[in-house]
Design a protein around this ligand. Structure first.
Ligand code: FRU
Length: 483
């Protein structure tokens, strides 16, 4: 058996051993994507190809730890119902032996092409990184094509996460990078045949105006057009928290600007955090055939008490966010739940209006919509969201899963708070504020038996809630115990 097959078989049997425990965990999500066993991190290769949406993920099948990552794979026709596909990539070759790290996908009529980083620790235990390609003609089985980009001068081996797109007749790639001076940056490459890549320079870095000392490493860049602007999305590391900003261990956000493809210059505005919650990192976008720019993020943050999460003892860790549509409205990126998410609704459990205070019981997989001048919302006696009319601050509080201490994340809503849409799923919540003006994404490890929702308004509120489906993700597969 070759190394690739061997690693696949080992991963499949690791999943077989663990998957029933994983699926019985009351914290396992009903409709979010989570690993069949082991640790999931970044979304990778996010694309709609020949009508099917493909979402790959960074995956450690053997343990709830980071390490030599595989690419796991989910597919969907409608963005609500997902199927776990066979393993896409294993760290089986000299150029990716310590991990098939993050990357992206592009599609043509006859093939789906993946770009990823081969992470290597050499004999001296030094890091090497290679940008690699794998191809598929059926969207299920992938053949590696080896290394396409070597490390350019001026960077450390922290050089990874290629995102590729087409503009006019050429192909472009951004790579998350660290310069030899240990500044976070984004490298820019160009190709006219997807084979030979030319390094064009740095698009932005931690000291490029308006940034100053903005981190020692930038991960997972993405560059795309939205509302007539060019948006650079990236996940910087090494930024100190500043008031209500940058409170997570590492951040994810965007800078709006203009990319000049001829001069390889990107001029941009300041960095804006994309999500205000406790767990959100390494998002990636794609454009679908309806022209929507759709983002998926990892509902986790590296090095942020990851291994203190209670699911570790059940043999799984982390999940993805729901896909969200991006819109640029008055200079701010709004994130909006997709229309398709309505298909997750089953029974309506609440429809109330005309009261200032509401207490209700909801399912642990629910969508909740609250409209009106909201003051306070409590979920499962565990998480509280509170809006202060004077300061205009909306604050989410929860007990830390590391030490039980109350922790907070806030955002400023200059025009007040008038709407909340919550997607609750066993151990997570995504809170869309004012139709996407802000989002709080967080894990929520509330006591299992508690089902109370409490809402209070400055005035009367309208509340609607639905129980959501628990059969949207099909994990039955040739390699799961259920298959
Ligand atoms: C971001 C990241 C990427 C890397 C991957 C490894 O979470 O560190 O930069 O490619 O995870 O799993």
């Amino acid at each position: 058996m070759n190394r690739n097959e061997e690693l696949k078989q080992q991963a499949y049997s690791a999943v077989k051993k663990q998957s029933s425990t994983v699926r019985l965990d009351p914290y396992f999500p009903a409709y979010h994507l989570a690993p069949p066993a082991g640790l999931l991190n970044d979304p990778n290769g996010w694309i709609q190809w020949k009508g099917i949406y493909h979402l790959f993920f960074q995956w450690m099948p053997f343990d709830t730890a980071h390490g030599a990552k595989f690419w796991g794979h989910f597919s969907s026709e409608n963005l609500t119902d997902w199927t776990l596909e066979p393993i896409a990539l294993t760290p089986s070759d000299w150029f990716d032996k310590n991990g098939c790290y993050s990357g992206s996908a592009i599609g043509s009529d006859d093939k789906l092409t993946l770009f990823y980083t081969g992470n290597v620790k050499n004999e001296q235990n030094q890091r090497e990184s290679y940008q690699c390609v794998a191809e598929s003609t059926d969207g299920r089985t992938f053949e590696k094509k080896g290394v396409k980009v070597e490390l350019p001068e001026g960077f450390t081996a922290h050089f990874r996460d290629p995102k590729v797109w087409q503009h006019k007749d050429n192909w472009y790639m951004v790579i998350g990078a660290q310069t030899k001076e240990e500044t976070g940056s984004v490298a820019f490459l160009e190709s006219n045949d997807l084979e030979k890549w030319t390094y064009r320079g740095i698009l932005s870095h931690a000291n490029q105006e308006p940034f100053h000392d903005f981190g020692y490493m930038w991960e997972c860049p993405d560059l795309f057009e939205l509302g007539g602007k060019d948006i650079l999305l990236f996940s910087p590391q090494g930024i100190a928290s500043d008031g209500i900003q940058y409170n997570n261990e590492y951040q994810s956000g965007y800078a709006i600007g203009k990319l000049n493809y001829d001069s390889a210059q990107f001029t941009h505005e300041d960095f804006v955090e994309l999500d205000r919650g406790f767990e959100f990192y390494a998002p990636q976008t794609t454009l679908d055939d309806k022209g929507r720019r759709i983002l998926v993020g990892w509902m986790g943050v590296p090095d942020q008490n990851e291994f203190k999460q209670p699911t570790v003892k059940e043999g799984w860790l982390h999940q993805m966010t729901l896909p969200r549509e991006l819109k640029l409205i008055d200079g701010t990126i709004f994130q909006i739940p997709l229309e398709e998410m309505k298909e997750l609704r089953t029974t309506q459990t609440i429809k109330e209006s005309g009261k200032q205070q509401h207490t209700a019981s909801i399912s642990r997989a629910s969508e909740v919509q609250v409209d009106g001048k909201i003051q306070k919302l409590t979920l499962f006696d565990n998480m509280t969201l509170q809006f202060n009319e004077q300061s205009k601050l909306l604050t989410l509080e929860r007990p830390s899963y590391a030490d039980g201490q109350t922790e907070r994340r806030s955002c400023l809503l200059p025009n007040g708070l008038y709407s909340l849409q919550l997607f609750i799923d066993h151990s997570s919540v995504e809170i869309f504020v004012n139709q996407g003006e802000a989002v709080f994404t967080s894990r929520m490890f509330a006591d299992e038996g508690v089902s109370t929702l409490f809402a209070e308004g400055y005035e009367e509120l309208q509340i609607t809630a639905w129980t959501l489906r628990n059969d949207a993700v099909n994990m039955k597969n040739e390699y799961s115990a259920e298959g």
